[in-house]
Design a protein around this ligand. Structure first.
Ligand SMILES: Cc1ncc(COP(=O)(O)O)c(C=O)c1O
Length: 372
């Protein structure tokens, strides 16, 4: 019998899926990793127009359409004060493919990739798929990644480290000074900083500055997507930004695993990036209101929760048995250890759900907390 590749044996099915499977059909779902909004109407229309006119019927350039690449470059110019060359972008099938390209093009068997713990589940899996070895860097008590801890974890085998701000699963935001440090570490140690910025727009306090703004080498690669900012997870459209020589290397992977991002999604993404940004502002305001309701509720229950200033997750410390009891009582939350051993003793709560559901869920959490 043909056996499976060794590197796949190291990859486990996400613990998040197990939670969804365990929950009843009427459960309140605070386990979700996507906005509960529709993509803006002009985004839908741009895709419909592209489909009806026939322009979306063919392959695009491997890197993406001229229009989308220009829109991505002007987004980074406008919002991040970064001047991106035309040869510095590939449109991808979501942030997921962008992460895959960055890791696959740089990580060799035996290379180590430093990943935040707890951190987004793909980092560990994609490192294994590239034949590399993920090394956890535990987060600080405030659930941020400490540049000093990253620097200490570097060995001769380290090829890359991953920074994610605003972060999944913690909702925390790294400060500009920390981002500057991450860039310095990448430069000084000549290792790659993969900066996952897919939640960039969903931020309530603090300022997002990419490590790319500070690097003096080409050792920072930025991963981005329309998925979260524009409520477009189903469209599968992201991008990677890096120096032209790194893009050339990543293009070799992209060309053969994907050819090009889906053409209708590229037209939709171009409209998202160039069109009115009010839908994003409104969505973020709504998330902020919900975040405040959730944080106030958790505080009343006495559950300590480092302040989540971005994304749409909170990660309180919870007593033993709390996650299982809350799920049994009909509220889906994700156990912290699904995001790495450092997540133990915590729960990831998503507030991509309406205010009533969050309030009802808090009542369930109250009775569970009181009963433990
Ligand atoms: C931190 C982080 N990076 C990347 C992704 C992947 O995003 P996409 O849906 O665009 O592939 C996600 C999705 O949940 C995420 O949370």
């Amino acid at each position: 019998m043909v056996d499976f590749a060794n590197r796949i044996d190291h990859v486990s099915i996400s613990g998040i899926r197990e939670v969804f499977e365990a929950a009843g059909p009427d459960a309140i779902n605070l386990g979700i990793g996507q906005p509960d909004f529709d993509a803006p109407q002009h985004v839908h229309q741009a895709a419909v127009d592209a489909i009806e006119s026939g322009v979306a019927d063919n392959y695009t350039f491997n890197r993406g359409t001229d229009g989308l690449r220009a829109a991505i470059r002007s987004k980074h110019h406008r919002e991040n004060d970064l001047d991106i060359e035309d040869g510095s972008v590939i449109a991808t099938a979501g942030g997921s493919e962008a992460l895959h390209l960055a890791i696959e093009a740089h990580v060799e068997p035996g290379d180590e990739v430093l990943i935040p713990d707890p951190g987004f589940v793909s980092y560990e899996a994609l490192t294994h798929i590239a034949g590399g070895t993920p090394r956890s860097v535990p987060l600080r008590d405030d659930l941020c990644l400490d540049p000093g801890a990253v620097e200490e974890a570097i060995t001769d085998e380290t090829t890359a480290f991953i920074v994610n701000s605003p972060a999944n699963p913690t909702g925390t935001v790294q400060s500009p000074d920390e981002m500057r440090e991450f860039a310095r570490i990448a430069d000084d140690h000549d290792i790659l900083c993969i900066s996952d910025e897919v939640y960039e727009h969903i931020i309530y306090e603090g300022t997002h500055i990419s490590p790319m703004a500070y690097t003096e080498t080409d050792n920072v690669v930025v991963v981005h997507a329309c998925s979260k900012s524009f409520a477009m997870t189903g469209w599968r459209l992201g991008w990677v930004v890096a120096s032209p020589r790194r893009i050339e290397a990543m293009l070799k992977v992209h060309q053969y695993v994907q050819a090009c991002a889906s053409a209708p999604a590229q037209y939709a993404a171009e409209a998202a990036l160039t069109g009115p940004q009010e839908p994003v502002t409104r969505m973020v305001e709504t998330f902020e209101r919900r975040r405040n309701i959730l944080l106030d509720g958790l505080e009343e229950l006495g559950l300590a929760c480092p302040r989540p200033s971005g994304a749409f997750y909170a990660m309180p410390a919870v007593p033993e048995g709390w996650v299982e009891a809350v799920i049994d009582a009909g509220v889906i939350v994700v156990p912290g250890e699904a995001f790495g051993p450092g997540g133990a003793g915590h729960a990831r709560i998503s507030y991509a759900a309406d205010e009533e559901s969050i309030k009802d869920a808090l009542e369930v959490m109250r009775s569970v907390t009181n009963s433990l």
